[in-house]
Design a protein around this ligand. Sequence first.
Ligand code: ADQ
Length: 471
Amino acid sequence: MRQSSLVVVANRLPIDDSTAPDGACEWRRRPGGLVTALHSLLRQAPATWVGWAGGTGPAPTLPDVDGVRMHTVPLTVDDLRDHYEGFANATLWPLYHDAVEQPEHHRRWWEAYQRVNQRFAAATADVAETGAVVWVQDYHLQLVPGLLRALRPDLRIGFFLHVAFPPPELFMQLPRRAELLRGILGADLVGFQRAQAAHNFAQLAVRVLGLPATDRQIVVDDRVVRIGSFPVSIDSAEMAALANRADVADRANRLRRDLGSPEQVILSVDRMDYTKGIEQRLKAYSELISDGHVKVRDTVLVQVAVPSRERVGQYQILRERVEREVGRINGEFGRVGEPAIHYLTRPFDRAELAALYRVADVMAVTPLRDGMNLVAKEYVAARVDDTGALLLSEFAGAGAELSQAYLVNPHDLEGLKQGLLAALRARPDHVRKRMRAMRAHLRKHDIHAWARSYLAALDDNGSLLSRLGTT
Ligand code: ADQ
């Protein structure tokens, strides 16, 4: 077994299996923030990525991706149902997002969560060289740090949670709350998107486990576990370069014409998820039309909602409700060739997405709860001419950083309507000033800065980073 000095562990590998039209299976790089973030670092060390490749057959052997070894962990049909769709996405996901949908608790799901986490920990122990740095990602794998420490006490282990972390009152509902906390505390450094999340975690360590804790560190078994916030970001320079391309600008112009050359375009881009506030936003928009504040001929809404987790019941119900509402609004307020909402559910490539961002005069990002929300940051990075208003939820991690956005509480329908109107009617010089400030922030706080700052904190004696030449 080849071993590495740096190991990233995530539920998914950074590749996608896509079936070619002739039925043959091909592998392609899966573009995502995390891969981009780690790419420049991983290339320089003999690094391995441990993760699931998709599918429920035996784990395939995969070629390296950009010099990074792919180490696959297999999942069975039962694992997929009980670990991924069950405990991860029907217990933890709703609970961590303010329980906006009811979390479900099943003992069988917890067993699968333990089993799959154990498998990831064992696979990681196999590929990490002595003293390696291991970086475990997200809510699917919260037991891995503890399990891995038991197997390999020599490793330097980091854990980063991409999603929101709930207040103690909600987390306390979890039947196996103590085990989950102990699992995460196997790490040397626990990172969150927001300082509030680190505070919640410290409170829980005190209340559930009786450990001495501050918002910066928790002492467990005479070991100091450091905690902190590391807001994730995007490759701002790459998005800006894409948005600046002549073909992207042409595409944006064509899109505007295809939309009927309206005065203003509002855009929303979400995974189809009940945390994203899609229904609340549609309601606000339709009320603005029926109140006479917005005219369909002048203003259109483009709602992109890519289906996700389609086998989980709550997601099927959400999709039906959203589609019924879009149909109702278009039926009531649209005309032939002039729908009030352009509703799209297919995935877009990065250039298409950049063109959409360029077309949007107002970007509405109004989740009920979101760890960060990268779409908000992508929009800002794509506004290369400093125009465009960002309507942003206070409950997204991005809201804590992009304070020059038009901030709204998406639970407050009147507030949401007022916020949308304010963004639509804002004076161009005000819009420009806000956008300029947000763009300056993102240029500095990009994905590379995020990965560097986390790894520097994890690797506090600097041995890994000096080997990578990034100190
Ligand atoms: P998500 O909940 O998936 O991420 P988000 O941060 O917005 O949410 O990321 C979505 C990504 O998918 C963006 O990069 C976006 O461009 C892309 N995308 C959306 N629709 C698309 C489409 N139709 N075609 C192509 N690409 C599309 C979780 C957490 C977030 C946290 C991230 C990263 O829930 O809070 O910001 O991880 O840590």
